[in-house]
Design a protein around this ligand. Structure first.
Ligand code: NAD
Length: 256
């Protein structure tokens, strides 16, 4: 049987990058997928339909409470349940740097999307999951929730640390109610988000030096981790951080 047969998954930020690839993979594994994004996600839906899967797009700004209420209603009206909430939407803003030079606006916008967006998703999906007596929440943090860097993005890093801490707390609160929550912590994967940040060879090579496996990740390598967290295969796993990073967080010195 397909690994997500009979489930409905809401994936935020599924118009692009990691969310888009995960949406396809989840649909091929039998999930009905709500593609939720602030920009048009119909291309993701069309791809899934072409592959014979079930998906629908809903416009959702994760920072907005009304948007979330609508997204949950949309999932229930169209697909009957909310079994998996995959809080994937996130941003890395251009002038995010060290604490002295990062603007307060950049800090605030980053926290609004990356942290408040995750909180609101949980706030509005959890009541439905409680009624169902089950649900899996996947919150996307990052390897930077575990390690610091001298090429800083202080707002982004703070936001991902907050996602990781919040995920643990949510996991503990609902552990006896059938709801699991885990953080997914990817290392660098070449999506539009990272391509914009690592815009030239020097920047890319500086990052590659720190990856023991010597290459960036592929979106499917992250989506496979999400698939495990979404499925019942991870039924005794909650409050954890699943790090998929080519060995970055295991390394003190990387091979030449
Ligand atoms: N790419 C990487 O190397 C990497 C590494 C670690 C963590 N991550 C995390 O993975 C997640 C996905 O990243 P990606 O690389 O696919 O990025 P991406 O930029 O390709 O996609 C992000 C998506 O989020 C959407 N989005 C932005 N603001 C939104 C809002 N307010 N409401 C709803 N949707 C919104 C965008 O429209 C976009 O479709 C992010 O949380 C990111 O921080 C990425």
């Amino acid at each position: 049987m397909a690994r997500l047969q009979g489930k409905t998954t809401i994936i935020t930020g599924a118009a692009s990058g990691l969310g888009r690839v995960a949406a396809q993979m989840f649909a091929l594994e039998g999930s009905r997928v709500v593609v939720a994004d602030v920009v048009d996600g119909n291309e993701t839906v069309d791809e899934i339909n072409r592959l014979g899967g079930q998906a629908a797009f809903v416009q959702c700004d994760v920072t907005n409470e009304e948007s979330w209420k609508h997204t949950i209603d949309f999932a229930i009206k169209n697909f009957g349940s909310v079994d998996v909430l995959y809080n994937n939407a996130g941003v890395m803003i251009g002038d995010d740097d060290d604490p002295v030079s990062t603007s307060v606006d950049t800090y605030q916008r980053t926290m609004d999307i990356n942290v408040k967006g995750v909180l609101l998703g949980c706030k509005y999906a959890i009541p439905t999951m409680l009624e169902q007596g089950k649900g899996s929440i996947i919150n996307v943090a990052s390897f930077v929730a575990h390690m610091g860097a001298a090429t800083p993005q202080v707002a982004y890093t703070a936001s991902k640390g907050a996602v990781l801490a919040m995920t643990r707390e949510i996991a503990v609160i609902y552990a006896r109610k059938g709801i699991r929550a885990n953080a997914l912590c990817p290392g660098p994967v070449m999506t539009p988000l990272l391509a914009a940040f690592l815009s030239d060879d020097a920047k890319r090579n500086r990052r590659l030096v720190h990856i023991p496996m010597g290459r960036f990740g592929e979106p499917t390598e992250i989506a496979h981790g999400a698939l495990f967290l979404a499925s019942d295969e991870s039924s005794w796993m909650t409050g954890q951080s699943l790090i998929i990073d080519g060995g970055i967080t295991a390394a003190y010195v990387t091979p030449e």
